[in-house]
Design a protein around this ligand. Structure first.
Ligand code: 13P
Length: 239
Protein backbone atom coordinates (compact mmCIF):
# COMPACT_ATOMS: atom_id res chain seq x y z
CA UNK A 1 0.00 0.00 0.00
CA UNK A 2 1.23 3.49 -0.80
CA UNK A 3 2.69 5.27 2.26
CA UNK A 4 0.51 8.38 2.45
CA UNK A 5 2.51 9.89 5.32
CA UNK A 6 5.42 10.48 2.96
CA UNK A 7 3.76 13.31 1.05
CA UNK A 8 3.12 16.92 1.92
CA UNK A 9 0.10 17.04 -0.41
CA UNK A 10 -1.94 14.63 -2.52
CA UNK A 11 -3.38 15.67 -5.88
CA UNK A 12 -5.86 13.43 -7.63
CA UNK A 13 -6.96 13.93 -11.24
CA UNK A 14 -10.43 12.60 -11.95
CA UNK A 15 -10.74 12.47 -15.73
CA UNK A 16 -14.33 11.19 -15.45
CA UNK A 17 -15.63 10.03 -18.88
CA UNK A 18 -12.93 11.80 -20.88
CA UNK A 19 -9.73 10.91 -22.71
CA UNK A 20 -8.52 8.60 -25.45
CA UNK A 21 -5.19 7.05 -26.49
CA UNK A 22 -3.76 10.15 -28.13
CA UNK A 23 -4.87 12.35 -25.21
CA UNK A 24 -3.03 9.98 -22.89
CA UNK A 25 0.18 10.03 -24.91
CA UNK A 26 0.25 13.83 -25.07
CA UNK A 27 -0.65 14.09 -21.35
CA UNK A 28 2.26 11.99 -20.11
CA UNK A 29 4.70 13.68 -22.46
CA UNK A 30 3.92 16.95 -20.70
CA UNK A 31 3.07 15.89 -17.13
CA UNK A 32 5.62 17.13 -14.56
CA UNK A 33 5.20 15.59 -11.13
CA UNK A 34 6.49 17.31 -8.02
CA UNK A 35 8.68 15.09 -5.86
CA UNK A 36 7.19 16.15 -2.48
CA UNK A 37 3.65 15.45 -3.56
CA UNK A 38 1.68 12.38 -4.51
CA UNK A 39 -0.06 12.60 -7.89
CA UNK A 40 -2.74 10.11 -8.87
CA UNK A 41 -4.45 9.92 -12.26
CA UNK A 42 -7.90 8.31 -12.27
CA UNK A 43 -8.83 7.43 -15.84
CA UNK A 44 -11.74 5.50 -17.34
CA UNK A 45 -11.07 1.85 -16.59
CA UNK A 46 -10.21 0.82 -20.14
CA UNK A 47 -7.15 3.11 -20.02
CA UNK A 48 -5.91 2.11 -16.55
CA UNK A 49 -3.26 -0.23 -17.96
CA UNK A 50 -1.87 2.57 -20.13
CA UNK A 51 -1.37 5.05 -17.28
CA UNK A 52 2.22 5.75 -16.33
CA UNK A 53 3.30 5.14 -12.73
CA UNK A 54 6.68 5.46 -11.04
CA UNK A 55 5.71 3.96 -7.66
CA UNK A 56 7.29 6.95 -5.99
CA UNK A 57 5.07 9.98 -6.52
CA UNK A 58 2.97 9.10 -9.58
CA UNK A 59 0.22 6.49 -9.34
CA UNK A 60 -2.90 5.32 -11.12
CA UNK A 61 -6.41 5.18 -9.76
CA UNK A 62 -9.76 3.75 -10.84
CA UNK A 63 -12.97 5.76 -10.69
CA UNK A 64 -15.10 2.95 -9.31
CA UNK A 65 -15.01 -0.71 -8.28
CA UNK A 66 -17.61 -3.42 -7.92
CA UNK A 67 -19.18 -4.14 -4.52
CA UNK A 68 -18.85 -7.80 -5.44
CA UNK A 69 -15.68 -9.84 -5.18
CA UNK A 70 -16.38 -12.23 -8.08
CA UNK A 71 -19.16 -14.06 -9.86
CA UNK A 72 -21.97 -13.46 -12.33
CA UNK A 73 -21.95 -9.65 -12.34
CA UNK A 74 -21.62 -8.64 -15.99
CA UNK A 75 -19.66 -5.46 -16.62
CA UNK A 76 -18.09 -5.21 -13.16
CA UNK A 77 -14.42 -4.93 -12.11
CA UNK A 78 -13.38 -6.25 -8.71
CA UNK A 79 -10.90 -4.80 -6.22
CA UNK A 80 -8.62 -7.83 -6.68
CA UNK A 81 -8.59 -7.26 -10.48
CA UNK A 82 -7.53 -3.65 -9.88
CA UNK A 83 -4.74 -4.84 -7.58
CA UNK A 84 -3.71 -7.47 -10.12
CA UNK A 85 -3.19 -4.57 -12.55
CA UNK A 86 -1.13 -2.46 -10.11
CA UNK A 87 -3.80 0.11 -9.40
CA UNK A 88 -3.11 1.74 -6.02
CA UNK A 89 -6.08 4.09 -5.56
CA UNK A 90 -9.79 4.08 -6.33
CA UNK A 91 -12.46 6.78 -6.06
CA UNK A 92 -15.54 5.61 -4.21
CA UNK A 93 -18.89 7.29 -3.70
CA UNK A 94 -18.27 10.21 -6.04
CA UNK A 95 -21.44 12.33 -6.10
CA UNK A 96 -21.94 11.56 -9.79
CA UNK A 97 -22.10 7.86 -8.93
CA UNK A 98 -24.41 8.53 -6.01
CA UNK A 99 -26.63 10.72 -8.22
CA UNK A 100 -26.68 8.90 -11.59
CA UNK A 101 -26.02 5.32 -10.51
CA UNK A 102 -27.97 5.29 -7.24
CA UNK A 103 -24.90 4.41 -5.20
CA UNK A 104 -25.69 4.33 -1.48
CA UNK A 105 -23.52 4.87 1.61
CA UNK A 106 -23.79 1.12 2.15
CA UNK A 107 -22.35 0.41 -1.33
CA UNK A 108 -19.54 2.88 -0.66
CA UNK A 109 -18.69 1.17 2.63
CA UNK A 110 -18.57 -2.30 1.03
CA UNK A 111 -16.48 -1.09 -1.90
CA UNK A 112 -14.07 0.75 0.40
CA UNK A 113 -13.57 -2.25 2.63
CA UNK A 114 -13.00 -4.56 -0.39
CA UNK A 115 -10.37 -2.11 -1.64
CA UNK A 116 -8.58 -1.86 1.70
CA UNK A 117 -8.46 -5.65 1.91
CA UNK A 118 -6.62 -5.57 -1.44
CA UNK A 119 -4.24 -2.84 -0.24
CA UNK A 120 -5.81 -0.26 -2.55
CA UNK A 121 -6.50 3.16 -1.04
CA UNK A 122 -10.14 4.21 -1.38
CA UNK A 123 -10.74 7.93 -1.87
CA UNK A 124 -14.09 8.16 -0.12
CA UNK A 125 -16.07 11.11 -1.48
CA UNK A 126 -18.61 12.98 0.62
CA UNK A 127 -20.38 16.31 0.20
CA UNK A 128 -23.66 18.17 0.52
CA UNK A 129 -25.98 19.51 -2.20
CA UNK A 130 -26.79 23.20 -2.53
CA UNK A 131 -30.24 22.65 -1.08
CA UNK A 132 -28.72 20.92 1.95
CA UNK A 133 -26.18 23.72 2.39
CA UNK A 134 -28.90 26.35 2.20
CA UNK A 135 -30.81 24.53 4.92
CA UNK A 136 -27.61 24.50 7.04
CA UNK A 137 -27.55 20.71 6.90
CA UNK A 138 -23.91 20.33 5.77
CA UNK A 139 -22.61 18.88 9.05
CA UNK A 140 -25.59 16.57 9.44
CA UNK A 141 -25.24 15.23 5.87
CA UNK A 142 -21.49 14.75 6.22
CA UNK A 143 -21.91 12.99 9.56
CA UNK A 144 -24.37 10.52 8.02
CA UNK A 145 -22.09 9.95 5.03
CA UNK A 146 -19.01 9.44 7.21
CA UNK A 147 -20.83 7.14 9.64
CA UNK A 148 -22.34 4.98 6.92
CA UNK A 149 -19.77 4.98 4.13
CA UNK A 150 -16.39 4.79 5.90
CA UNK A 151 -15.73 1.18 6.93
CA UNK A 152 -14.44 0.28 10.40
CA UNK A 153 -11.16 -0.96 9.04
CA UNK A 154 -10.38 2.41 7.40
CA UNK A 155 -7.63 4.47 9.01
CA UNK A 156 -5.37 7.37 8.08
CA UNK A 157 -2.85 5.04 6.48
CA UNK A 158 -5.19 3.03 4.24
CA UNK A 159 -7.93 5.47 3.19
CA UNK A 160 -8.48 9.06 2.10
CA UNK A 161 -11.55 11.27 2.43
CA UNK A 162 -12.46 13.81 -0.24
CA UNK A 163 -14.86 16.62 0.60
CA UNK A 164 -16.62 17.63 -2.59
CA UNK A 165 -19.63 19.91 -2.16
CA UNK A 166 -21.95 18.73 -4.95
CA UNK A 167 -22.83 22.33 -5.87
CA UNK A 168 -19.14 23.16 -6.43
CA UNK A 169 -18.49 20.37 -8.94
CA UNK A 170 -18.04 21.69 -12.47
CA UNK A 171 -19.79 24.97 -11.64
CA UNK A 172 -16.89 27.36 -11.02
CA UNK A 173 -18.34 27.98 -7.55
CA UNK A 174 -16.43 27.13 -4.39
CA UNK A 175 -17.09 27.57 -0.69
CA UNK A 176 -15.04 30.38 0.90
CA UNK A 177 -11.60 29.40 2.17
CA UNK A 178 -12.87 29.64 5.76
CA UNK A 179 -15.80 27.37 4.94
CA UNK A 180 -13.52 24.76 3.35
CA UNK A 181 -11.16 24.78 6.32
CA UNK A 182 -14.02 24.60 8.82
CA UNK A 183 -15.65 21.65 7.06
CA UNK A 184 -12.33 19.80 6.88
CA UNK A 185 -11.79 20.47 10.57
CA UNK A 186 -15.29 19.18 11.28
CA UNK A 187 -14.54 15.95 9.35
CA UNK A 188 -11.27 15.40 11.21
CA UNK A 189 -12.98 16.00 14.55
CA UNK A 190 -16.02 13.88 13.75
CA UNK A 191 -14.43 11.06 15.68
CA UNK A 192 -11.03 10.61 17.31
CA UNK A 193 -10.04 8.12 14.61
CA UNK A 194 -10.30 10.76 11.85
CA UNK A 195 -7.88 13.26 13.41
CA UNK A 196 -4.96 12.08 11.30
CA UNK A 197 -6.92 11.31 8.14
CA UNK A 198 -5.84 13.18 5.04
CA UNK A 199 -8.85 15.10 3.74
CA UNK A 200 -8.78 16.40 0.17
CA UNK A 201 -10.94 19.18 -1.24
CA UNK A 202 -12.67 18.87 -4.62
CA UNK A 203 -15.02 21.11 -6.61
CA UNK A 204 -13.92 23.73 -9.17
CA UNK A 205 -10.24 23.54 -8.20
CA UNK A 206 -8.10 25.24 -10.83
CA UNK A 207 -4.62 26.72 -11.08
CA UNK A 208 -5.87 30.12 -9.88
CA UNK A 209 -7.29 28.83 -6.57
CA UNK A 210 -5.47 25.56 -5.86
CA UNK A 211 -2.61 27.07 -3.87
CA UNK A 212 -4.79 29.03 -1.45
CA UNK A 213 -7.05 26.00 -0.95
CA UNK A 214 -4.20 23.54 -0.50
CA UNK A 215 -2.43 25.89 1.91
CA UNK A 216 -5.37 25.74 4.36
CA UNK A 217 -4.36 24.09 7.62
CA UNK A 218 -6.88 21.23 7.41
CA UNK A 219 -6.56 20.58 3.65
CA UNK A 220 -4.18 17.81 2.61
CA UNK A 221 -4.57 18.00 -1.15
CA UNK A 222 -7.13 18.35 -3.92
CA UNK A 223 -9.35 16.22 -6.14
CA UNK A 224 -9.53 17.85 -9.54
CA UNK A 225 -11.99 17.22 -12.37
CA UNK A 226 -12.17 19.61 -15.35
CA UNK A 227 -8.84 21.34 -14.70
CA UNK A 228 -7.02 17.99 -14.60
CA UNK A 229 -7.82 17.47 -18.29
CA UNK A 230 -5.56 20.36 -19.27
CA UNK A 231 -2.07 19.08 -18.54
CA UNK A 232 -0.44 22.54 -18.36
CA UNK A 233 -3.07 23.67 -15.88
CA UNK A 234 -2.70 20.44 -13.89
CA UNK A 235 1.11 20.86 -13.85
CA UNK A 236 0.64 24.29 -12.25
CA UNK A 237 -1.74 22.84 -9.66
CA UNK A 238 0.63 20.07 -8.61
CA UNK A 239 3.83 22.11 -8.81
P1 13P B 1 -14.41 19.83 -11.15
O1 13P B 1 -12.99 20.04 -10.74
O2 13P B 1 -14.61 19.78 -12.63
O3 13P B 1 -15.33 20.78 -10.45
O4 13P B 1 -14.82 18.36 -10.65
C1 13P B 1 -14.55 18.01 -9.34
C2 13P B 1 -14.73 16.56 -9.20
O5 13P B 1 -15.84 16.06 -9.31
C3 13P B 1 -13.54 15.74 -8.98
O6 13P B 1 -13.89 14.46 -8.58
Amino acid sequence: MVNLDKYSSIFIANWKLNGNSSFLKHYYEKLKVNSNNCTVICSPSIYLKSLKVNNNNLFSGAQDVSSFKEGAYTGELSASMLKDNNIDFCLVGHSERRQYFAETNGNVKTKSSNLIEENIIPIICIGETLEEKEKSLTEEILSTQIKNSVPNLANHKNALIAYEPVWAIGTGLTPTLDEINEVHEFIKNYDQKFINFKVLYGGSVKSSNSKEINDLSHVDGCLIGGASLKVDEFNTIIS
